[in-house]
Design a protein around this ligand. Structure first.
Ligand SMILES: [Zn+2]
Ligand SMILES: [Zn+2]
Length: 392
């Protein structure tokens, strides 16, 4: 029987950089409230799993031992260590930072284990997706890289190949770096052009190194790319490279800061388009990976009209009970969201109209900057994988 598990602990809300920081716990709080208001916990295919802090051994699979020591010290002494990205504007220090960040990793890694053992087919950790953290430093609101740790655990348990798909507006640089030279892991990141957005990396020509050439894939899109064009770009690249990789499991990052209302990025990808992409990733997991799918959160700073909608949709999708496009959002949730945020929450879950995206198979326009960006990726990486960039 199909089972999906949502990793959750209220203590995940303790990952809190303090007032005024965009990565505020209210994002997760409003998401969990919407999940409950929609009745998702009653779905027979959905169970809740715990999220305990990952052990040092687990953290050391993707981080240096002296970085762990530095994070622990910074979490209690609150002394900045800017060389390791700790105590910076993006990653200010707070008491308990180590435990809070380790808990994100524990949630994702325990789901990866459950997926690999076949206890569940799909796992979701909306508190995960901390894709910028490096082996030895914090970056971009991320202290420990739960996504890399989950991929690593799948490999350690016996997966021959894993595909990581990153849909956040920002380049998934930390996960890419962790597997840059590892041919077993395909990392695919679809993001806003690094010339215009943090972390400033992730170009079409960046394809991995050595024996892993062709297993890093970057789709770098111009600012203001909308949902239809974003889906077209994903469809033109992601299924082809993931199919070629033949993964045993798929790990995906569903940061929702590509939305037009997001205060930090400059893409214009609707909730509807993001929900469509979730369905595509889900379908790929069943087509290619025996259904083994771990879906993570990530960025997303439009806390009342985007984040809860996209991630509640992700949970419902994983539970094989997708939410109806355009459905009205529960009035009791809207009232709480208004009270907590003092912002008017969305009234409906996107629109009932399908996103009018056009397939690459019908041709591309060399004069269109988005099409040029997509074709640059295809030209860089498709030949390395034995694919033809000029045909679907
Ligand atoms: Zn982001
Ligand atoms: Zn499924």
């Amino acid at each position: 029987m199909h089972r999906a598990r949502l990793a959750w602990s209220p203590e995940l809300l303790e990952y809190d950089f303090g007032p005024g920081h965009p990565m505020a716990p209210v994002r997760l709080d409003l998401t969990m409230r919407l999940i409950r208001a929609l009745g998702l916990p009653e779905l027979p295919a959905l169970e809740f799993g715990d999220a305990e802090p990952a052990s040092d051994d687990t953290l050391r699979t993707v981080h240096d031992a002296d970085y762990l020591t530095a994070v622990k010290r910074a979490s209690t002494a609150l002394e900045p260590d800017p060389a390791r990205g700790l105590g910076t504007e993006d990653d200010p220090l707070f008491l308990g930072m180590h435990d809070a960040a380790a808990r994100q990793v524990g949630g994702s890694v325990s789901l990866a284990e459950a997926v690999w053992r076949g206890e569940i087919s799909h796992g979701v950790n909306v508190a995960g997706g901390m894709h910028h953290a490096r082996r030895g430093s914090a970056a971009g609101f991320c202290v420990y890289n739960d996504a890399a740790a989950a991929v690593r655990r799948l490999l350690d348990l016996g997966a021959d190949r894993v595909a990581y798909i990153d849909l956040d507006a920002h380049h998934g640089d930390g996960v890419e770096a962790a597997f840059w030279e590892d041919p077993r892991v395909l990392t695919v990141s679809v993001h806003q052009d690094g010339r215009t957005l943090f972390p400033g990396t992730g170009y079409a020509a960046d394809v991995g190194a050595g024996r892993a050439e062709g297993t890093a894939v970057n789709v770098s899109l111009p600012p203001r790319t909308d949902g239809a064009a974003w889906l077209r770009a994903i469809d033109a690249v992601v299924p082809a490279v993931v199919r070629e990789h033949r993964p045993d499991a798929i790990v995906s990052q569903h940061g929702c800061d590509a939305h037009g209302n997001d205060p930090l990025a400059h893409l214009d990808v609707s909730v509807d388009a993001q929900r469509t992409a979730q369905q595509w990733v889900h379908a790929l997991a069943h087509e290619l990976a025996g259904g083994r799918w771990l879906a993570l959160g990530g960025g997303g700073y439009a806390v009342v009209d985007v984040v809860p909608l996209v991630w509640a949709s992700l949970v419902a999708e994983a539970a094989h009970a997708p939410l109806a496009a355009g459905m009205p959002l529960p009035a009791d949730w809207r009232a709480v969201a208004l009270e907590v945020s003092e912002m008017e929450p969305a009234r409906t879950l996107g629109s009932a109209e399908p996103v009018p995206w056009r397939s690459w198979k019908d041709g591309w326009d060399p004069a269109d900057p988005i099409d040029r960006a997509v074709q640059a990726t295809r030209k860089s990486v498709f030949p390395l994988l034995g694919l033809d960039p000029h045909h679907d």
